[in-house]
Ligand binder design. Structure first.
Ligand SMILES: Nc1nc2c(ncn2[C@@H]2O[C@H](COP(=O)(O)OP(=O)(O)OP(=O)(O)O)[C@@H](O)[C@H]2O)c(=O)[nH]1
Ligand SMILES: [Mg+2]
Length: 323
């Protein structure tokens, strides 16, 4: 199929075309870039919600419930489940199966799994590009679930307008958000499995950490803490309301545009960095890279000087002065 036709069909709501288009952009190759060029003008409308937290905290169950909630409110929902740890962990498959049962066959809900693609950076890029396609296809809400806790989650959740961090009771003092350093990026805390003992204590600890922490949240927004039992649907409406209130807060304070601007600048810089490095590799012979590396190993030249050697061959010195 012609690329333009594929894009046209995908954006018109043809799900098979949409799946194929996501697969195309995931690769990140030249065709993917042409596809994204056609998709990009249609993006920027969806509310992108990131959901992150330690393995097994009930993220998939929560995402499923939130999707059902928003579907009942008449909004269309796309779910992207990202698993950087392995190509399809048991957890991801279980979560997906649960979702299929409740949401399967609903034309207003689209579900996509993204598994490890070698590098974490590659996964973050592929996820960001998949989100663009779903945004252009007109989904009102795009929920991105990331498994685990670490740098990859932080990278991927940066794509989101609203980030939900899921905690559960019974982790003692060891609140996962601290370890992962994701406290700062949380807009909404969900303490799931509130049917378990110790939920009050976990909420108290979170509240304390929020007050001890950087003081002000980055957007002058105090992250609410919502207790849920995702497996039975308890307090899902409250969690959804907290997410919607955060979006309203962003909109009323012109922060949505600011976030979007920061996000695009980051993405642009990443692309420039990757492509500039690739261009340098293409223009400077491999033997010379090796030689410079050898000289650094022998402490004959330092890394800054080695970089300058490469740059000098590609840019005019006056170009570098300008930079
Ligand atoms: N008791 C209790 N169990 C829950 C709750 N929510 C989810 N679970 C259960 O917790 C288990 C893990 O749920 P998932 O939704 O797969 O968790 P997850 O965070 O997506 O897991 P990974 O994707 O593997 O990290 C499942 O057996 C759920 O049924 C809850 O509120 N209370
Ligand atoms: Mg899951």
């Amino acid at each position: 199929m012609e690329l333009a036709t594929l894009v046209e069909k995908a954006l018109a709501g043809n799900r098979r075309a949409l799946s194929r288009l996501v697969t195309v952009v995931e690769t990140g190759d030249a065709l993917a870039q042409r596809a994204l060029a056609q998709v990009f003008p249609h993006t920027g409308k969806a509310h992108i919600v990131g959901v992150t937290g330690a393995p097994g905290t009930g993220k998939s169950t929560l995402v499923n419930q939130l999707a059902l909630h928003w579907r009942q409110a008449g909004r269309t929902v796309a779910i992207v489940a990202v698993d950087p740890t392995s190509p399809f962990s048991g957890g991801a498959i279980l979560g997906d199966r649960i979702r299929m049962q409740a949401l399967g066959g609903d034309p207003g809900c689209y579900i996509r799994s993204m598994a490890s693609r070698g590098s974490l950076g590659g996964l973050a890029r592929a996820t960001g590009d998949a989100i663009k396609v779903l945004d252009a296809a007109g989904y009102d809400v795009i929920i991105v679930e990331t498994v685990g806790a670490g740098q990859a989650e932080v990278e991927i959740t940066r794509e989101a307008h609203t980030v939900i961090v899921v905690e559960i009771p019974g982790m003692g003092d060891d609140i996962q958000a601290i370890k992962a350093g994701i406290l700062e990026i949380a807009d909404v805390f969900v303490v799931n499995k509130a049917d378990r003992e110790g939920v009050e204590r976990t909420v108290r600890q979170l509240r304390m950490m929020l007050h001890l922490g950087a003081g002000e949240h980055r957007d002058g927004w105090e992250p609410p803490i919502v207790q849920t039992v995702a497996s039975s649907g308890l307090h899902i409406a409250e969690a959804a309301a907290a997410v919607e209130q955060h979006l309203a807060h962003l909109q009323h304070n012109n922060l949505l545009r600011q976030r979007e601007s920061q996000r695009l600048e980051r993405e642009w810089n990443t692309i420039l960095r990757e492509q500039a490095l690739a261009a340098l590799h293409a223009r400077v012979p491999a033997a010379e890279w090796q030689q410079l590396l050898q000289q650094m190993l022998e402490r004959q030249i330092d890394p800054y000087a080695a970089a300058a050697r490469v740059l000098d061959q590609v840019f005019q010195p006056s170009d570098i002065d300008v930079v």
